[in-house]
Design a protein around this ligand. Structure first.
Ligand SMILES: *[C@@H]1O[C@H](CO)[C@@H](O)[C@H](O)[C@H]1NC(C)=O
Ligand SMILES: *[C@@H]1O[C@H](CO)[C@@H](O)[C@H](O)[C@H]1NC(C)=O
Ligand SMILES: *[C@@H]1O[C@H](CO)[C@@H](O)[C@H](O)[C@H]1NC(C)=O
Ligand SMILES: *[C@@H]1O[C@H](CO)[C@@H](O)[C@H](O)[C@H]1NC(C)=O
Ligand SMILES: *[C@@H]1O[C@H](CO)[C@@H](O)[C@H](O)[C@H]1NC(C)=O
Ligand SMILES: *[C@@H]1O[C@H](CO)[C@@H](O)[C@H](O)[C@H]1NC(C)=O
Ligand SMILES: *[C@@H]1O[C@H](CO)[C@@H](O)[C@H](O)[C@H]1NC(C)=O
Ligand SMILES: *[C@@H]1O[C@H](CO)[C@@H](O)[C@H](O)[C@H]1NC(C)=O
Ligand SMILES: *[C@@H]1O[C@H](CO)[C@@H](O)[C@H](O)[C@H]1NC(C)=O
Length: 732
């Protein structure tokens, strides 16, 4: 020791000089770098480099995970029965000192007009005129595993058991809460944009329709789906990330219609992963960093990347009608990329997350400039557009074609409808005429070549079956234009729309470097929007283009108008258009009240019916079954959990929650038996990195019983036995 010490201190004069010189040089360099950093962050290309005020917020919007049909596949058997992952609303508010815009992406199948109107009403009560129809965009991720029941038009009420207060309230309150949080956390910050291509995660599911677009147009694009991931990165003035918002075009249907658990599907999983990275140590749904993955022009885009085949014969499905030689459409299903739907959700979600994270890390192009928002209500049933000197085209009253009932290769219908039908079927037309009436000749003519199955624009009992008044809206954040589209727009339609908007914006200097993104499933749901050429093929998407063959032409016209008004700073001159109805009467509710709960003799609610094993290894699945009540009795479940996985901390002698029902690793299945008895099975898919230790799984809920004539709802809880997770397995 001693010798080492003396060696250390025996520095020659030369060495000392060198060290001093080195330190001096380093100081100079650090000072220079600091100066450069200061210069680049504080002097920027003024005055455009002025920071925005930015707020981000996330709130739980999960509705009742029981009995209510999940919104998406329109499969009456697919009612909610548990939770795989929770649903969140994610809000981003930006203010340039003069104007303010709000973008919300929520884990819902789609926004509905009713949901938007109720959200806007609630915002008005809280904030007066700060958040309005024109500066708030609400977009859905298009998960097909969220509870329905938040619509006011009859077709959607029928397919989701009506207008259900218990279902729409958590959505309204969750969306508003995400905006509240964003509002209360606003601080000066900066925005950067970036983009990149993501392969192996999407596939065009109606190639026959896509190929009907003009060859010259198709040849301008390498792929039949858009592969671009667009990212906005939000930072504070220190450059620390506070949030990310991205868009990618793919259906959130990695979970198929056999799944009964509420799930945010692939897009929600991408949010989950990025938020987990950026909020280390937090449980899912917690932490300040908010990562929104928003839907885009996904109309004809499937995540089932292995494509369709006949599940009975292994043969390929018919190219035009997606039908199998034996068993018809029902046998033709698309799969992949994973071993099962959970694995597929994981792979697609992870791909989107990985690409967005990479773009986020390198996003360098700063977004500067003022904010604008333009919005109109349009009566889509009679928009007339002059296409050239001699011709005008007009939209139609809404109607769905025969191929609508065929469904898609991501989830087919049960009946014998096939895609690509340009002629009606006398059998079904007869039934239709008897039940709901014959389409008028005028509507049939207008929709040609679509054979009309339901002339929803002519069906008004007990309320109109489809909306007539539709929101068109664009918000711009400096050079970034977000086009809020009220439905599922196909790849090529989306490209045409982006181009039209870009062209109008770029006609004015301030917008010459604009990027245009499409935010799908926004504001009001009107099914699909295809190109005129795709419409002629009448696959599912064409049959579901409800305002007829010129739907896209009408939208192009309307959105061009909005973009022009923005570019010329004349937004205030835009006519507001006809206000959509807010129905107070005749809303239907087909969902019976949840009945009282029964339990097996000599048990209590929360008792374990099937116990855990004593020891598990990472990668195993722990399963425990409890005597349960109907989860609908738990009322507003936002920010609560039906499940915890807890680890015992020997140091503090306490149980620490490591997972909730929002965790990817947990699955909460609610099994409804006959006789009003039900049970909850909780699975924990132990991740490979789970620490060794002692664990328990707990379940919480409520049950209903009658006390005399009065229903009484009581909370309950239960716990599994303590079990061990051992990285290496000892047989004892
Ligand atoms: C689907 O199209 C094929 C020909 O391409 C035809 O043979 C078959 O009958 C059609 N299936 C149905 C159910 O229409
Ligand atoms: C749904 O996915 C499961 C695997 O997770 C698979 O067994 C089933 O066949 C799929 N069903 C449909 C309709 O795609
Ligand atoms: C939409 O326009 C049609 C045709 O002009 C009209 O009959 C209908 O009443 C309008 N709808 C609403 C809700 O204003
Ligand atoms: C105008 O448009 C219609 C419909 O697209 C087309 O049939 C017609 O040829 C066009 N006329 C002129 C003069 O371009
Ligand atoms: C569908 O089934 C009905 C009843 O069996 C039959 O009359 C009809 O022709 C079928 N349609 C097609 C397209 O196969
Ligand atoms: C449609 O037109 C045909 C022939 O002109 C007529 O016989 C039929 O009654 C009309 N249908 C409706 C629903 O108006
Ligand atoms: C319930 O408990 C009672 C009293 O201990 C017993 O007599 C009865 O057999 C039990 N019933 C069942 C199904 O275990
Ligand atoms: C932690 O506590 C459990 C249960 O009390 C005990 O069996 C175990 O040996 C303890 N583990 C350690 C690492 O101290
Ligand atoms: C849970 O409930 C389901 C549906 O009633 C039933 O099939 C199953 O056997 C029950 N499990 C247990 C452990 O009681």
């Amino acid at each position: 020791m001693a010798s080492r010490k003396s060696a250390c201190c025996r520095l020659s004069a030369l060495e000392v000089t060198l060290v001093v010189l080195f330190i001096t040089m380093t100081t100079v360099c650090v000072t220079l770098i600091a100066l450069m950093v200061t210069w680049s962050t504080h002097t920027g290309p003024a005055p455009e480099g002025k920071p925005y005020l930015i707020g981000v917020g996330r709130a739980d919007c999960t509705g009742p995970p029981a009995d209510i049909p999940l919104m998406g596949y329109a499969n009456p058997q697919q009612t909610a029965a548990g939770i795989h992952t929770r649903l969140y609303s994610r809000a981003f508010i930006i203010d340039d000192g003069r104007r303010r815009v709000v973008f919300v992406t929520a884990d819902v199948g789609m926004m509905s007009q009713r949901l938007r109107l109720e959200v806007l009403q609630a915002l008005k009560v809280k904030y007066g005129d700060l958040y309005r129809r024109d500066n708030v965009v609400l977009s859905g991720t298009h998960t097909h595993c969220g509870p329905g029941g938040y619509f006011q038009y009859t077709l959607f009420m029928i397919s989701s058991s009506g207008y259900i207060k218990a279902s729409i309230e958590p959505l309204v309150n969750g969306i508003v809460k995400s905006i509240d949080i964003a509002h209360s956390t606003m601080r000066p910050g900066r925005i950067y944009r970036g983009s990149g291509e993501l392969g192996d995660s999407s596939l065009n599911r109606s190639p026959q329709s896509y190929l009907n677009n003009p060859a010259a147009e198709r040849h301008r694009y390498r792929w039949s789906t858009d592969k671009e991931v667009v990212v906005l990165k939000f930072t504070d003035l220190d450059g620390d990330g506070i949030g990310m918002l991205s868009w990618f075009a793919v259906h959130a249907v990695s979970m198929n219609y056999t799944n009964r658990m509420v799930s945010s599907d692939n897009m929600g999983y991408a949010s989950y992963l990025l938020e987990r990275d950026k909020n280390p140590g937090e449980l899912p749904g917690q932490g300040g960093f908010v990562a929104g993955f928003s839907s885009s022009n996904l109309g004809d885009v499937s995540p089932n990347t292995r494509g369709p085949h006949c599940v009975n014969s292994g043969l390929s499905c018919d190219y035009l009608n997606s039908s199998c030689p034996v068993g018809g459409t029902k046998m033709c299903k698309a799969f992949g990329p994973g071993d099962d739907m959970f694995d597929s959700t994981r792979i697609i979600g992870h791909n989107i997350y990985r690409k967005a994270k990479e773009i986020y890390a390198s996003a360098a192009q700063q977004v500067t400039g003022s904010l604008q928002s333009a919005h109109q209500w349009v009566n889509m049933t009679d928009v007339t557009v002059q296409v050239n000197d001699t011709h005008t085209v007009t939209t139609c009253k809404p109607a769905l074609g025969h191929s609508f009932a065929a469904g898609t290769t991501d989830g087919g219908g049960d009946l014998n409808f096939t895609q690509g039908a340009v002629e009606g079927d006398p059998f079904w037309d007869g039934i239709r005429d008897t039940l709901v009436g014959e389409p008028s000749n005028q509507t049939q003519e207008c929709h040609r070549p679509k054979p009309i199955l339901f002339s929803t624009g002519e069906m008004n009992w007990p309320l109109p079956w489809h909306p007539q008044i539709v929101d068109v809206q664009i918000i711009t954040i400096g050079s970034v234009a977000i086009v809020a589209v009220p439905g599922e727009i196909t790849t090529m339609s989306g490209r045409r729309l982006r181009e039209a908007v870009k062209q109008e914006l770029r006609s004015e200097g301030a917008f010459r470097d604009s990027v245009v993104v499409i935010a799908g499933l926004s504001n009001v749901y009107t099914h699909y929007i295809t190109t005129y050429e795709e419409y002629q093929v009448q696959r599912y998407e064409g049959a579901s283009t409800i305002y007829g063959p010129h739907t896209l032409t009408a939208y192009l016209h309307k959105y061009r108008g909005l973009a022009r008004a923005i570019a010329q700073d004349r937004v205030s001159e835009l006519p507001v258009g006809p206000e959509p109805p807010f129905f107070q009467e005749n809303l239907i509710n087909l969902l019976p009240a949840a009945p009282v709960d029964r339990k097996p003799e000599n048990t209590s609610f929360g008792d374990v019916l099937e116990q855990v094993y004593p020891v598990y290894r990472p990668g195993d699945v722990v399963s425990v079954t409890f005597v349960a009540g109907n989860p609908r009795h738990s009322g507003d479940i936002r920010d609560k959990t039906f499940v915890t996985v807890e680890i015992y901390d020997n140091r503090t002698e306490t149980w620490e929650v490591v997972h909730t029902d929002a965790s990817w690793e947990t699955r909460f299945h609610w099994l409804k038996g006959s006789n009003r008895q039900s049970n909850s099975t909780v699975e924990w898919h132990i991740p490979p990195a789970a620490p060794s230790g002692f664990y328990r799984i707990r379940h919480f809920g409520h049950y209903k019983q009658m006390k005399g004539l009065r229903p009484v709802i009581t909370p309950y809880g239960g716990s599994s036995d303590v079990f061990r997770v051992a990285a290496s397995f000892y047989y004892q």
